[in-house]
Design a protein around this ligand. Structure first.
Ligand code: SAH
Ligand code: SF4
Length: 438
């Protein structure tokens, strides 16, 4: 989400005659787009800000701005922060990026440059993002902003404001432009894409996410479509049927579980139980056999007992996740959890539980990859592999990374790759056919 927002920021700035540099020493102004999701993320930003202070000593007039969630969370405290031991010139929340050029002028004249107003309708729909991604194969399209789910542990509803959907026409236009520009994959982004909703024009029928993804997929069969993230409480069967209908909608679903224990899920305010989640998994398996399923898990949430933790381990086994992002619970100030439940699982217990979850997932990922060995996979090549120039790196529809000998395959090409080996993180393959496999 931040990557995508930074592309919007770059677009706002370049349309006001600013240029982009990749070398901080060349910059007259540096923006840090920040994340507040866990304390660790914020600590890293603070360290980076301290490092940038050295640059400021060398270059008078250098301006530094903090953008995004941390700006929104800490507001003017950031401008005045004494602990930080440095000056921050601009503080700009996620809904105020159109004001950046004006705020920059304010900062240049030594005025306080802060805008942390959240908006009920800003979607940056008309802003065509400047693409940063190397290779020009895969791009993000933001389809909605904000979140109103108020999961008890989560800071997002406070830093990103009300949920709002973006005009579908502007989304389709952006996708068409990407195809024309040679892109072969888009990821539709939102905190909870399944509550995407756009009022119908007069006929009374609104556009839901399952309609939108069909419209994007219909643009071009060579364009792969992915999406993130689905909340288990409202991932609809209609979406699964759309995925089944279009071969170019990738067969991979990221469905954050957080915990396998219904009592923990209730304290998290996730609005589904262990059984509800398993029912959604059943629907995926029925409608989309073989679809990859990945998840997010939190270890050591408030009041988590050993038995509740073991329920997370057992559901992981039951579902057989292909991949997971795994975190230690990090209390965020002012969230429902911070107000209501003590952060009472000792840190070493959180660490041990997280390690158990990671080990379990490594075994599951390895098993999932081993099942692919011997199969022919359609791979979209993204570019040379990190280890060797003669090898290409690409992804399967299941979002697994495959490394294979290039043999004339270029970034953006499709290839039929036979999987010959694997680790828990990567597949290895051999090129069998060029071009789309379907
Ligand atoms: N909107 C997405 C998640 C966005 S945040 C969804 O609901 O699925 C990405 C992940 O960060 C979450 O799924 C959760 O696993 C993790 N996360 C969020 N807040 C956290 C916290 N306070 N401590 C630890 N992990 C957290
Ligand atoms: Fe946070 Fe829950 Fe919203 Fe995801 S759905 S962003 S976890 S509040």
């Amino acid at each position: 989400m931040n990557f995508s927002d930074s592309e919007i920021v770059a677009s706002v700035m370049t349309s006001h005659d600013f240029g982009i540099t990749t070398d901080p020493r060349d910059a007259d102004v540096i923006f840090l787009n920040t994340c507040s999701i866990r304390d660790h993320a914020e600590q890293r930003i603070l360290n980076r800000l301290r490092e940038l202070q050295h640059l400021r000593r060398k270059k008078s007039g250098l301006l530094i701005g903090v953008l995004g969630c941390m700006a929104e969370r800490l507001k003017s405290d950031l401008l005045e922060d004494k602990d930080l031991g440095m000056r921050i010139d601009m503080v700009v929340g996620p809904d105020a990026y159109r004001q950046l050029p004006q705020l920059l002028m304010d900062a240049e004249t030594g005025q306080k440059a802060i805008n942390v107003l959240l908006s009920a309708d800003e979607t940056y729909a008309d802003i065509s993002p400047v693409r940063y991604a190397a290779g020009g194969v895969s791009a993000f399209i933001s389809i909605m902003r904000g979140c109103e789910n108020f999961c008890a542990y989560c800071v997002v509803p406070y830093t990103r404001g009300k949920e709002r959907s973006r005009d579908p026409e502007s989304i389709l236009l952006e996708a068409r432009q990407l195809v024309e520009g040679g892109y072969r994959e888009v990821t539709l982004l939102g905190q909870n894409v399944n509550s995407y909703r756009w009022p119908g024009n007069g006929n009374g029928r609104h556009i839901a996410f399952s309609d939108l993804i069909g419209l994007v997929a219909a643009i071009d069969p060579r364009l792969r479509v992915r999406f993130a993230t689905s909340h288990p409480k409202d991932m609809s069967d209609q979406l699964l049927y759309q995925m089944a209908k279009y071969p170019n909608i990738c067969k991979a679903i990221h469905l954050p579980l957080q915990s396998g224990s219904s009592s923990v899920l209730q304290r998290m305010n996730r609005k589904y139980s262990r059984q509800d989640y398993l029912d959604r998994i059943r629907a995926i398996r029925d409608i989309l056999p073989g679809c990859a399923i990945s998840t997010d898990l939190i270890a050591g949430y408030c009041g988590e007992t050993e038995a509740e933790h073991r329920e997370t381990l057992s559901i992981m086994e039951e579902v057989g996740f292909d991949f997971a992002f795994m975190f230690k619970y990090s209390e965020r100030p002012d969230t429902l959890a911070a107000k209501k439940y003590p952060d009472d699982v000792p840190d070493q217990v959180k660490t041990r539980r997280l390690t158990e979850i990671i080990h379990k997932q490594q075994a599951l990922s390895l098993k999932s990859n081993q099942q692919d060995v011997g199969s022919l996979q359609e791979v979209l090549a993204e570019g040379p592999s990190k280890r060797s120039e003669s090898h290409m790196m690409g992804r399967t529809s299941h979002n697994k990374v495959v490394v294979f000998p290039g043999n004339g395959i270029l970034a953006g090409d499709y290839a039929g790759v036979e999987i010959t080996g694997c680790s828990s993180a990567t597949l290895k393959g051999a090129l069998r056919q060029k071009g789309l496999q379907q």
